[in-house]
Design a protein around this ligand. Sequence first.
Ligand SMILES: Cc1ncc(COP(=O)(O)O)c(C=O)c1O
Length: 400
Amino acid sequence: MSFISHLECSATGATYDHDRFRSVSDANAPFLVRYDLDALKGGVSKDMLAARAPDMWRYLEWLPIPGPDAIVSLGEPMTPLLPLNRLAEGRVFVKDEGRMPTGSFKARGLAVAVSMARSFGVTHIAMPTAGNAGAALAAYCSRAGLRSTVFCPDDAPETTIREIAFHGADTYRVNGLINHCGEIVAAGTEQVGWLDLSTLKEPYRIEGKKTMGLELAEQLGWELPDVIFYPTGGGTGLIGMWKAFEELAAIGWTGDKRPRMVAVQSTRCGPLVKAFDEGHDEVKEPWENVETLIHGVRVPKPFGDRLCLKVLRESGGFGSMVDDDETVEARAMIAREEGIHLSIEGAACFVAWRQEVRSGRIKAEDHAILFNCASGLKADLPPVETRIDRTRPIDYSRFL
Ligand SMILES: Cc1ncc(COP(=O)(O)O)c(C=O)c1O
């Protein structure tokens, strides 16, 4: 059973029933799902968890899902923590979310949101996407027998646009950015009657992403790391993980220590980093000339900006902007040196970690977690031009 008690407006604290699918609060702010944490504490133990299947549904008590029958699943495994053995000394780990269905962490949020939508009788869902969220939406909707319509910036990664369509979503390329796609979805809601599942315009994707924090805590023996580097676009994962740590602390499962949360963005799109550095509690102006190759962070002004900035401040964290070219190089180097094929967003976290060790904002010996939010295989790879003509003698000295 779920221990959900109500929805809370993240801006005013006003409470709302969770009896129907709500989008945003009356103050036009994201909702946070609240639980009866005392009851939750009595209803689950660390030993009970340890005996469960190694997937994200082991945290069902922390989720809003009415019961196991309501779950829409494609098999969401716990994802590994891979140490960087050569490129970092000490305790730096990649949390490899590329193992999730549809190859990205978006599966976590969408599995929960689509499960909830179906349990409320929704039949058609629409979404703007940088790529990965749309692919997960399309897959989970197909799994659940729901219709999906997806709008992507026309320069989103080709593989993901095709993946979305391949999973059966009505898929449209838009000559604009993700916020323009979002405007199309919002404007169509009344006329078409679809459910708008844009980032933070509904309460449940955060809850799915929250399982990253719960899982990390459990994998680390309920001892949280010193610092987490997270590639931040809309910020659901940042907010979700912080919520997980708060809920775990509230039931006494973790100590007082919480990680410093670092939002990783690009020097070509870094609205949250800029706002944080300037001491604002929101992004004042949308980032102009968004041209970064780090697609997941291409959000000129996230709807959850206030929540993200609050997480950075409360956690003693900060924002870090990385150079695109350096990130492209780092991705290739990590694949060669460590055997780990990161997404460009994951590589950005490594670059941010390296630059912040140099800047002194974190220590080389800090226990650090770098989030690789998608499989590297989603992006194009450099071509291979070395050939062998099997009809001619082979000069084996070239292989020495
Ligand atoms: C691979 C990848 N990393 C990071 C992000 C940013 O995630 P969030 O919206 O939780 O900030 C995205 C979102 O599109 C993504 O696809």
